[in-house]
Structures are given as structure tokens and as C-alpha cells.
Design a protein around this ligand. Structure first.
Ligand SMILES: Cc1cc2nc3c(=O)[nH]c(=O)nc-3n(C[C@H](O)[C@H](O)[C@H](O)COP(=O)(O)OP(=O)(O)OC[C@H]3O[C@@H](n4cnc5c(N)ncnc54)[C@H](O)[C@@H]3O)c2cc1C
Length: 426
């Protein structure tokens, strides 16, 4: 902890002292600084990552090599050297529509446990993450949240009325061609090259072109004929790992609460940008709650909330959100994505050893695509955050949208090339 503070002071980080003080002063019961010091801030992460150090990672360009050098300094617990190396690089700028208020908490808790915050952000325990994510830790240490939002580049954006509006607007344009609540169960190839699709409700469909926009975690539940998806590709897709995250949202009951982020081994708390809802963001086993166990889960974290937020009313029990596009709840409400059979996790991440397969890209008819999710015969396309080429914003809505737009563009261009103008217009 003291090393980390020294690092920030040396770098004359303008808000280090202020944030640190705010964090401690905001807690009615003081934390034991000595105990935190013993925990180490990034030593544990460094140890875990050093075990898998990135020889397997494909460092190619000059910039990659500079990044590698800075990671190594970082992992060797020499952040100031890492910073010096990085300062020689002109960072690519990235804009991102951003993440529901998480930074509110991060700004404060980052000074105590960046390694833990990293695992909350990337969705899995440090030991399960590729060294690739040292870059996230690096930017956290610099006061940002990840490579796409460095110090001065954090842009909060949200969809007024809720994200569901995006899907609803698109759905309207599709009319009755959209079949909801119809899980796909099997795909086979027909003699004429089209695909036969079977759904859980026994419905069958024929498709000339198939866009698989489902998470990799559910491929195990669908029977793909090998003529549709080669075994190797299918196995690699099934192997993509997913974070375990869940949320419990608690109505903000008092106006005078300190808006501090808190964290323990199970969850991190932060406020929504309007300061009306306290969000508990769960990770690991604690995130796997059901309608019967959500109250029990919340119970375990009540004491943290009571310590952290004086007079905060925590005695309302949370309910599990219903599977509906929009709902209103009076009291606390939560949802577990790892327990959702059609998500089976939060968002994809790169596990140690998967760097090459999950970052390799290739060109395909004028578009850059991830090799693992390259189209097959210009008839099967892959979309979803996991298939995105936006490596700086993995696991986000933006990444999912990028992949969708790209796939639409590719299909449009292919059809335009192969189908006579008149038919295409129809
Ligand atoms: C807790 C949490 C916090 C997050 N925070 C942020 C954030 O702050 N900012 C951000 O940008 N992103 C955030 N994300 C990530 C973001 O929500 C995802 O990256 C994005 O929604 C992924 O979109 P997608 O289209 O790839 O997958 P999804 O939105 O999961 O869509 C996949 C669809 O496939 C359907 N499906 C599954 N199986 C079948 C089947 N057999 N047949 C037919 N359909 C099927 C599912 O029902 C689902 O509708 C968060 C995610 C979680 C879980």
C-alpha cells in the first residue's frame, strides 16, 4: 500500500492523497491499514501472473514489445519503470460508451486493492486471467479503469430509458420475422447447402445464411453437425471462458450517504451515475444465486454495507429479476448471469494460454475478423462481444455492436456481389 502511494506521489498524481483520505475518512469504522499492507496490492497478482509469463503471447510489433517490457516491470512490482517505458509510446486513443458508474467506486477502492478490482472488472479471479490483462491493471494503477479509459478519457454514456430500447427498436423493423423465446437446439446442413435449424419448441426453419450471435458458453447445448462447424473450431469456441458476475441493485434510501465504493471478497459496491441506486457487483461463487438463495447472498454482505454506509437501511430482502425486457421493483432486485441458461456467464475473457487463439485476426473480404470467428463458406457468421475485433474494449456492448455491424456489412456485400441486382433489391 505504501509503495503504491509513493508511486502516485512520485508521479504527482493530483488526486492520490485526496482519494486515499476520502476512502478512509468515509468509513465510520476505520480500516486496519496494517492489515491491508500485509495483503499487498499487486504482489499477489504479480506472483500469479509471473507463473504464466507471456512467452506464449505473440509479441510482434514494436509497440507490442514496448508493452511487453512495461508489463514485465509492472509484474516485477516496478510501476515507475513501467510508466517510463509506456511514456515513450503514443497511446492510441479510444472512446467508449461507458460502464454504468463503476468508476465512482474504482476511483476510491483502487488505492486499496487494484488486483481485486481487476478481477471484478475482467470477471474472473486473477489466477484465471491471462497476463494480457496486466494492461488493465496498469491503467488502473494510473487512475483509469482499463486501456480504453485512461485518466482523462473516461466518458460515461448510457441509453436513456434503458439498453433494452436498442433491441426493441431493431425488433420493430423485423416485425413478425422475429421469433422470441425459441432456443436453437440443433443445426444440420442440407444437400442444397442450406441449413436446417431445430428449436426447443419443435419448430424447424431453413436458412441460407446463419448468424450465430449466441455466447460461446451455450454452444455445448446445441447439436452442430460437423459439416456445419468443424470439430476443432467448435471445441475452441466451447473453450472460451466466461466471467462470473451478478448484480443486486438497492434503492438509494438516504440522501446524505457517503458515495463510497466498498469491496470484500465477494462483491464491490458502487452507485449509479444518478446516485439513486446502490449496485452490488458480485464475482465468483457468490454470483451464482437463484430466486431461493438471493436473500441469503445479500445477507452475507449486509454487514459490509452497514459498516460502510452508516444508517443505510439494508433490511429489505432482494428478489430475483423476472425474465422480461423492462420491470419495476420497489425494493432490492438482482440477477445472476452465470445462472442464466442462455448466458452461462457475464462476458468472455482470455484465460492463460488462450492469448494466441483468442487474439489472432485475419482479413476476410476486406474486413478484419478474429480467426476463431471467421465466417465459414460465406454462409455462417459469428457475432457477439466475443467475436469483436475491438481488443481495447473486450466484453462490452460496444464490442458486441461492432461485431454485429461488421457481419451485416459482410453479408450485404456478399449478397450484392453474387445476386443479380434485381433480385437483391427485392
Ligand atoms: C454484470 C454485467 C455487467 C456488465 N457491464 C457492462 C458495462 O458496464 N458496459 C458494457 O458495455 N458492457 C457490460 N456488460 C457486457 C455486455 O452486457 C455484453 O458484452 C453484451 O451484452 C454482449 O452482447 P452479445 O450480443 O454478445 O450477447 P448477449 O447480449 O448475451 O446476447 C446473446 C443472445 O443469445 C441468446 N441465446 C442464448 N442461447 C440461445 C439459443 N440456444 N438459441 C437462441 N438464442 C440464444 C440469449 O438469450 C441472448 O439474447 C456487462 C455484462 C454483465 C453480465
Amino acid at each position: 500500500m505504501l509503495d503504491l502511494l509513493n508511486f502516485f506521489y512520485e508521479k504527482e498524481c493530483p488526486f492520490a492523497e485526496e482519494c486515499f483520505d476520502t476512502y478512509f475518512q468515509s468509513l465510520p469504522k476505520k480500516l486496519d491499514v496494517e492489515q491491508i499492507k500485509e495483503n499487498g496490492y499487486c504482489t499477489k497478482m504479480a506472483e500469479a501472473l509471473l507463473k504464466q509469463i507471456p512467452e506464449r503471447f505473440q509479441w510482434k510489433t514494436e509497440e507490442d514489445l514496448i508493452e511487453k517490457e512495461s508489463y514485465l516491470y509492472l509484474l516485477a512490482n516496478k510501476p515507475e519503470k513501467a510508466l517510463r517505458v509506456r511514456e515513450s509510446v503514443v497511446h492510441r486513443k479510444a472512446i467508449k460508451p461507458f460502464l454504468i458508474g463503476m468508476i465512482l467506486a474504482i476511483g476510491l477502492v483502487i488505492f486499496t486493492q487494484p488486483n481485486r478490482v481487476l478481477s471484478f472488472y475482467e470477471g474472473a479471479a486473477i489466477e484465471q486471467l491471462s497476463p494480457f490483462y496486466a494492461i488493465t491493471l496498469y491503467y488502473m494503477l494510473l487512475g483509469g479503469l482499463a486501456s480504453a479509459h485512461q485518466e482523462s478519457q473516461i466518458i460515461h454514456k448510457s441509453v436513456q430509458g434503458g439498453n433494452r430500447l436498442l433491441a426493441e427498436k431493431i425488433a420493430k423493423t423485423l416485425g413478425d420475422r422475429l421469433h422470441l423465446n425459441s432456443p436453437l437446439t440443433a443445426v444440420s446442413k442440407r444437400e442444397d447447402g442450406s441449413y436446417s435449424l431445430a428449436f426447443q419448441n419443435k419448430q424447424k426453419e431453413i436458412a441460407d445464411i446463419l448468424i450465430l450471435a449466441i455466447p460461446c458458453s451455450v454452444y455445448t447445448d446445441i447439436a452442430f453437425e460437423t459439416t456445419v462447424l468443424p470439430i476443432e473450431r467448435l471445441e475452441a469456441i466451447k473453450n472460451v471462458q466466461y466471467g462470473t458476475n451478478a448484480k443486486i441493485l438497492i434503492p438509494f434510501l438516504k440522501n446524505d450517504l457517503k458515495r463510497t465504493g466498498l469491496l470484500n471478497n465477494r462483491c464491490i459496491s458502487f452507485f449509479d451515475p444518478n446516485h439513486q441506486v446502490l449496485i452490488l457487483f458480485y464475482i465468483g461463487e457468490a454470483s451464482k444465486f437463484s430466486k431461493d438463495t438471493i436473500a441469503e447472498t445479500y445477507d452475507k454482505d449486509r454487514s459490509m454495507l452497514e459498516i460502510g454506509y452508516e444508517d443505510f437501511c439494508t433490511n429489505l430482502n432482494p428478489v430475483l429479476a423476472k425474465d422480461e425486457s423492462f420491470g419495476t421493483y420497489e425494493g432490492p432486485v438482482g440477477y445472476s448471469w452465470p445462472k442464466d441458461p442462455y448466458a452461462k456467464g457475464s462476458y468472455s475473457y482470455i484465460a492463460p494460454g488462450q492469448e494466441a487463439i483468442l487474439t489472432a485476426v485475419q482479413e476476410e473480404r476486406g474486413e478484419v475478423v478474429k480467426t476463431l470467428f471467421a465466417p465459414i463458406d460465406q454462409k455462417i457468421y459469428f457475432a457477439g462481444e466475443h467475436a469483436s475485433i475491438l481488443s481495447k474494449v473486450p466484453g462490452t456492448m460496444e464490442a458486441a455492436c461492432e461485431s454485429g455491424e461488421r457481419v451485416a456489412r459482410m453479408i450485404f456485400n456478399t449478397l450484392q456481389t453474387y445476386i443479380p441486382e434485381q433480385v437483391f433489391r427485392q
